[in-house]
Design a protein around this ligand. Structure first.
Ligand code: GH3
Ligand code: MG
Length: 317
């Protein structure tokens, strides 16, 4: 039954990149059932297997599969519970889940769809049917990912937008709270930007913002850091598992980099060029609202402005 043809022809949708070997997780407490599905997909997909709900969640965390074929009836944690758990976590909620079930009652199917599954397949599986359905849902996943990506990018500068930042800070607040690690925020505001617009015009203003975004982005960031446009001429960086000292160093490097870029600003009261003021805040997340961290960064930014601009201020909260 197994053939080595890739799941997607190379030209399904121009401009969309489909994974060459999508990662598929097969979950069933009966190894013989896994075997059947393995035969169908081993040639075209990278296949991972789990024989319990708990193991399935572990594999998901480690391997980040593109799609899950999930048995409903399993001892201990059943498929419905596994699906609920996956949909409750931002990291796994977008992975499509297809239930594979031997008892196809409408009630069970309804429950499965309600907890977030995208489809149902009956056992014993028909290889052609399961392959076709998996392919359909993998394609939809790629397209949904592309849309999500588009929705999280700032149109002017091409860096992450506010919406993406809000999502990330919420997730990292929880992650750092669990790990009892510090979370830092760097808030950046262009100095005298109103005068820049007034003097050079709004289009030049836009070009300047693009250059600032590029300079920010080009710093060396760690994997979980994000640089985003917070709104107008304000930018914000998120640095998980980074203490105040580390974030202050980064902030100072950013300020200096922009200064050295020497974008002329003839009407700035601060320098002969475009400068930024930077506010840094760091905390170990707890039961407080994450807005406490953002308003602390904002206060530090205000302090930097008051203190003469083109400078960095920071505090732990
Ligand atoms: P300060 O040094 O105190 O930050 O002064 P400022 O002039 O930078 O601050 P203010 O908040 O008074 O003005 C911000 C200006 O940024 C006003 C607004 O027109 C401009 N601005 C906001 N978004 C954009 C944008 O997308 N493009 C352009 N060109 N200008 C923008
Ligand atoms: Mg400003």
């Amino acid at each position: 039954m197994s053939d080595s043809k890739p799941l997607f022809p190379s030209d399904v949708v121009p401009g969309m990149s489909y994974p060459e070997r999508p990662k598929l997780l097969i979950v069933d407490d009966q190894p013989v059932n896994i075997q059947v599905l393995y035969q169908v997909f081993s040639a075209s997909c990278e296949v991972f297997m789990a024989t319990s709900g708990k193991q399935a969640l572990e594999v998901c965390q480690q391997k980040k599969p593109d799609l899950i074929l999930l048995d409903v009836v399993m001892p201990d944690m059943d498929g419905i519970e596994v699906c609920r758990a996956l949909k409750a976590e931002p990291e796994s909620q977008d992975i499509p889940v297809i239930f594979v079930t031997s008892q196809d009652s409408p009630e069970e199917e309804t429950l499965g769809l309600e907890v977030g599954a995208v489809d149902f397949i009956s056992k014993p599986v028909n290889p052609a049917v399961v392959k076709a359905r998996v392919k359909t849902h993998l394609m939809l996943k790629v397209q949904a990912d592309a849309l999500r990506e588009l929705a999280s990018v700032d149109g002017l500068t091409g860096i992450a937008n506010r919406r993406r930042f809000d999502e990330r800070i919420e997730a990292e607040w929880r992650a750092c709270r669990r790990a009892e690690q510090p979370l830092s925020v760097i808030m950046i505001d262009v100095d005298h930007f109103k005068k820049y617009n007034d003097h050079y015009g709004h289009l030049e203003g836009d070009t300047c913002l693009k250059a600032v975004a590029k300079a920010l982005k080009e710093n060396e960031w760690r994997g979980r850091d994000i640089v985003s446009r917070y709104g107008g001429e304000e930018f914000v960086c998120l640095m998980p598992e980074t203490n105040l000292e580390g974030a202050m160093q980064k902030a100072e490097a950013i300020r200096e980099r922009l200064f050295k870029l020497a974008l002329p600003h003839a009407h700035s009261d601060t320098a002969d060029r475009v400068t930024i003021s930077v506010g840094v805040a760091c905390t170990i997340p707890d039961e407080r609202d994450l807005s406490s961290l953002l308003s602390a960064a904002d206060s530090q930014l205000y302090k930097a402005k008051e203190g003469g601009r083109n400078r960095v201020e920071g505090a732990s909260v």
